[in-house]
Design a protein around this ligand. Structure first.
Ligand SMILES: N[C@@H](CCC(=O)N[C@@H](CS)C(=O)NCC(=O)O)C(=O)O
Length: 268
């Protein structure tokens, strides 16, 4: 077992992927759409990985999580990680599409990760209180730590996200305009999915993990307005079915994770 002191997992096994991410939360395995995307992708690809908590302090060189450690190297940014793993390890079939589908897939990736995701950030800038309840980290902290989380960390995070949104187009919109933008995203993805199992056919692709990661944060966590979930329920039932399909197939340990907050649950 080689040793690399600068890594979070300083003693590592050759060819094993270590996924460093936030600790588990109660209402879904991660409060980060990117972590949920990447872990879902690893499961879809059938890659042997080990979860490692970042203990709220270990971040990548980009100042973000999740990231992986693989053969003594740290790799960050979920899309870059996926490209590298698909190339070097497993999961190539999840990235293979015809040129026209690939073009559409890239457009949907941009819509999801660079547009839809801002509505999630906006929602949390308005209220991220759930993160300190049992839906979030409530069960993991007690006493002074729980008070600190609720009264200092959450308001600070809300302020940070608000500043981030204010510096973007989303901060300039009225609430009505924000919701209208979100509905357009939902409609576009729902039309692409149609009555197919996955966005590009019967088999899941990387973009399905991306969609799942981002949509799960909308469907399974509290939102700043009820309108969003109500709109998906009434106009995009197929997106709910898509999320459920992925949850059933790749997250049989979902409930167990929410109860135990363990990072080493068995899923296959
Ligand atoms: N493009 C990056 C985005 C990762 C990202 O934005 N992660 C957020 C958590 S959801 C983060 O670590 N933010 C650090 C911070 O806000 O301090 C990826 O795909 O990995």
């Amino acid at each position: 077992m080689p040793k690399s002191p600068k890594l979070v997992k300083s003693e590592w096994e050759q060819d094993k992927v270590y996924l460093i991410q936030f600790p588990r939360t109660g209402c879904l395995p991660s409060p980060s759409p990117y972590s949920l995307k990447l872990e879902t992708w690893l499961r879809m690809a059938g890659i042997d990985y080990e979860n490692v908590s970042n203990e709220f302090k270990h971040m990548s060189k980009r100042g973000q999580q999740p990231f992986i450690e693989f053969n003594g190297e740290q790799i960050s940014d979920t899309s870059i990680i996926i490209d590298i793993l698909a190339d070097k390890v497993k999961g190539k079939e999840l990235t293979e599409l015809s040129p026209i589908d690939k073009a559409q897939e890239h457009a949907f990736y941009t819509l999801i990760e660079h547009h839809l995701t801002w509505l999630g950030f906006y929602s949390r800038s308005q209220s991220f209180k759930w993160i300190s309840t049992d839906e979030g980290y409530g069960k993991a902290f007690s006493g002074v730590k729980a008070i600190f989380l609720k009264n200092f960390v959450v308001p600070r995070f809300e302020r940070k996200l608000k500043a981030k949104c204010d510096g973007q187009w989303i901060g300039t919109l009225t609430n009505e305009e924000r919701i209208s933008e979100l509905k357009k995203d939902i409609d576009a993805i729902s039309v692409q999915l149609g009555d197919k199992k996955y966005l590009f056919g019967d088999e899941p692709k990387t973009i399905d993990a991306t969609l799942f990661g981002h949509l799960a944060e909308i469907l399974y966590t509290p939102q700043f307005t009820k309108e969003i979930k109500e709109y998906i329920e009434t106009h995009a039932q197929n997106l709910i079915a898509h999320s459920n399909r992925i949850k059933v197939q790749y997250w049989p340990d979902w409930e167990e994770i929410g109860q135990s907050l363990r990072m080493d649950t068995k899923w296959r």
